[in-house]
Design a protein around this ligand. Structure first.
Ligand code: ADA
Ligand code: CA
Ligand code: CA
Length: 394
């Protein structure tokens, strides 16, 4: 049974009277462990919590990102919506936040009663979002809400997938006890300011600006292409706003709302402190082989690709914020040359298809120390290797 407290308030007294759970005899206490593992306060980290009665994991229903999403029990399948980051607060209680969303276990609608619903909500450090996680002699744990003193339980002692997770006075039942399994440390929040430019004025660009040596400093002006370069839509063959060649550097640039074909690289180069306010056909393209360094950038609202890679290259991306694209990086379809890309300290969200896509089985990708949200597949295609480390979801 899904709890019926949705969108309107029902008093705690009414809940207590009408809940079926109150009428169901509790299951027998768990078998005492013959050699009890000494239990201890849980260390901070990322955990799964598995119900002792049902052997199912505390899960945010359908991996929802929304406030108010149901918390239920499901067989554990490795999803980050079944993983919880716990942190000891100054109050002496823990925060308990879903790894996929960063949102908190929350006593829904500040309901003090037995049968109150447990939902996901943005973390506000409320008393209804703070928990004791108490060790038992049998090696298991139970949760106590700082707000209500009630314990986390599975409604009606359900053993089924989808069984609702609620609050109830602690009675020692196995459906109120949880196995805690540490699966890793909580990744640190990354520091991803993107570009620091505030626009200092605008420049009209009617032919591509070529940066062929040294450093071109755009002074944080907004560069607006005319229709001579393209319209920033999805037509191929538009011209770039900047062309960076032979190891030169382009820095302190805002590319305005007609993004045309962004920035092209020939024989390697560096871009630093760049913002695309509305990515055009794509944001940047590697046109010939080289080493490309990309740092302190942010880009928004590309229809298809952010980075288009049309030649063998080593690409380093450091500190980026990229939102709302088809793909973060695409090696040109059907090509077999080798691209090695490393991405560090980035925030990537709302990719319709993937973060990394290639058709080349010699190419590699790695992303580290980054935050991801709603990104489709991390690795799409034939990658020789495509790996990640220290990723958090938000
Ligand atoms: C598409 C298109 C390629 C190339 C690329 C790009 O992948 O199929 O031919 O134009 O875009 O560089 O934007
Ligand atoms: Ca294209
Ligand atoms: Ca293009």
């Amino acid at each position: 049974m899904k709890h019926f407290l949705t969108g309107f308030t029902v008093s705690a007294a009414l809940l207590a009277q009408t809940s079926v759970w109150a009428l169901t005899p509790p299951p027998p206490p768990t078998e005492p462990n013959p050699e009890p593992t000494p239990t201890e306060q849980l260390a901070e980290g990322r955990y799964t919590f598995t119900n002792v009665n049902s052997n199912r994991a505390i899960t945010v229903s359908q991996a929802s990102q929304s406030d108010g999403a149901q918390i239920i029990q499901q067989s554990y399948n490795g999803g980050s919506h079944q993983q919880w980051d716990i942190k000891l607060l100054n109050s002496g209680y823990y925060s308990v936040r879903a790894a996929h969303s960063g949102k908190s276990m929350d006593v829904y609608e500040w309901n003090t009663g037995d049968g109150a619903d447990l939902r996901q909500w943005s973390y506000l450090e409320g008393d209804n979002q703070q928990w004791e996680i108490k060790p038992l002699d049998n090696g298991n744990y139970y949760f106590v809400s700082k707000f209500s003193g009630k314990s986390i339980a599975v409604e009606n002692n359900s053993t089924q997938n989808g069984g609702n997770v609620i609050l109830w006075s602690y009675q020692g039942n196995s459906s109120q006890q949880w196995k805690a399994e540490l699966i890793g440390s909580t990744p640190p929040p990354s520091n991803t300011p993107g570009s620091s430019c505030q626009s200092t004025g605008s420049v009209t660009v009617s032919s591509t600006i070529v940066v062929s040596s040294g450093v071109y400093d755009g002074g944080c002006k907004t560069f607006n292409p005319t229709s001579a370069l393209g319209d920033g839509g999805q037509a191929e063959g538009q011209k770039p706003v900047f062309r960076v060649e032979n190891g030169a550097t382009l820095k302190n640039v805002i590319i305005g709302n007609n993004g045309a074909d962004g920035i092209h690289f020939y024989n390697g180069g560096t871009i630093d402190n760049i913002r695309w306010t509305d990515v055009g056909e794509d944001a940047l393209t590697v046109k010939s082989a080289g080493n490309v360094t990309i740092r302190n950038i942010e880009g928004y609202n590309g229809y298809d690709k952010f980075m288009q890679i049309n030649a063998a290259s080593n690409i380093t991306v450091e500190n980026c914020v990229v939102d709302n694209m088809g793909k973060f990086l695409r090696q040109n379809g059907g090509t077999g040359f080798t691209v090695n890309v490393t991405v560090n300290n980035c925030q990537i969200s709302n990719m319709k298809e993937a973060v990394f896509r290639t058709d080349s089985n010699t190419s590699t990708a790695h992303i580290s120390n980054s935050r991801l949200r709603n990104y489709g597949q991390l690795c799409y295609g034939a990658w020789r290797s495509c790996t990640s480390s220290n990723i958090s979801n938000f």
